[in-house]
Design a binder for this molecule. Structure first.
Ligand SMILES: [Mg+2]
Length: 337
């Protein structure tokens, strides 16, 4: 059964100690209930089934009591046989809680090109001078000039807005609108296998995070927020210029996972890029999943040259531990391995 968001949120907020207590309580309550029902229902059913019938009314009464006793027996069986798996599930969750699963976002949880296109259209519909082509052209030009060759993608976008609007304060507002539109588009265009995967991870108790070079943040997306314990982006002021494949961004993710209660047993990183996800994560000791989605569009919004992108992929020097074409069933595959 898929956990409801509220339940997931509370579960994720619990500490390791709370989860142990929950497991112990679940087990104890189920056993206590089953013992009580067994003690009362089995002897009562036996006595009533064999008692002599003195009166017709009592006989009817006896039939009712026998039926109720049998129902009690059934409930007792349910409690006995469901109580143990409840405890088992909880204990399995506790074991999985020592696992972290981090996700890249663009082209892993949603299609990057479509998401950026939609965010760009949203901005163009609000500000006539900010057509997608104008903004992209301005960003490409600025990227060649000091000091803009050394700023984050979001700051560069903000500079392009400022130039086209001739208003720095408004440009910063528009950048926030663009980031919000990007997150909204991400939620709307989420690949259909993402939610089942996140639900599987949530019910297994894994700590889930995001490590991205982009501006998306699943914790700012209502449909995803409850499933993610942490998110780290290379666009954050304190993180730039440490984009993946820099080990620094993974180190920051490690700190945030520890703050979420991770004690350090296993970590899987899932991403679409062989260099910035698979090879980079493997270099810092993580196990890796390469998601190779079919029909992925070329990222025409990248400000890197095609040569630079090709060289980056050629430099990918690690084989992933696992290669998949979708995320469905991934929680079981990685947490049982
Ligand atoms: Mg990606």
């Amino acid at each position: 059964m898929s956990p409801r968001r509220g339940q997931v949120g509370r579960w994720l907020a619990w500490s390791e100690t709370d989860r142990w207590q929950m497991a112990i309580n679940s087990s104890t309550n189920a056993k206590f209930a089953s013992c009580l029902i067994s003690i009362f229902s089995f002897p009562f059913a036996t006595v009533m089934a064999t008692a002599p019938v003195q009166l017709r009314g009592i006989c009817d009464f006896r039939c009712w009591l026998v039926s109720l006793s049998l129902l009690g027996c059934l409930f007792s069986k349910e409690a006995l046989f469901c109580g143990r798996p409840t405890a088992t599930r909880s204990l399995r969750s506790l074991r999985a809680a020592s696992a972290v699963v981090s996700f890249d976002l663009d082209d892993t949880l949603w299609p990057q090109v479509e998401v950026i296109e939609e965010a760009n259209q949203q901005i163009a519909s609000l500000h006539a001078t900010l057509s997608a082509e104008e903004v992209q052209g301005t960003m490409r030009r600025l990227r060649q000039e000091p000091p803009w060759e050394k700023v984050s993608y979001c700051n560069l976008r903000c500079a392009a807005y400022a130039e086209l609007l001739d208003d720095t304060a408004l440009a910063e507002e528009v950048l926030q609108q663009w980031i919000s539109a990007r997150n909204h588009a991400g939620a709307k265009l989420l690949y259909p296998d993402v939610m089942p995967c996140l639900e599987g991870l949530a019910s297994s108790g894994a700590i889930v995070g995001a490590i991205t070079n982009g501006a998306g943040n699943p914790r700012d997306i209502p449909a995803l927020a409850n499933f993610f314990h942490f998110s780290v982006s290379a666009q954050e002021e304190t993180m730039f210029p440490h984009r993946k494949p820099s080990p620094v961004i993974f180190q920051e993710a490690l700190e945030r996972a520890r703050s979420s209660g991770w004690t350090g047993e296993s970590w899987w990183h899932v991403g679409d890029d062989l260099a910035t996800d698979v090879a980079a994560a493997a270099r810092v000791g993580l196990r890796t999943v390469h998601i190779d989605r079919p029909n992925r569009a070329q990222n025409r919004f990248s400000l890197s040259s095609e040569e630079a992108l090709a060289a980056r992929q050629a430099g990918a020097d690690s084989e992933p531990d696992l290669t998949v074409s979708c995320l469905r069933g991934l929680a079981q595959k990685i947490l049982q391995s």
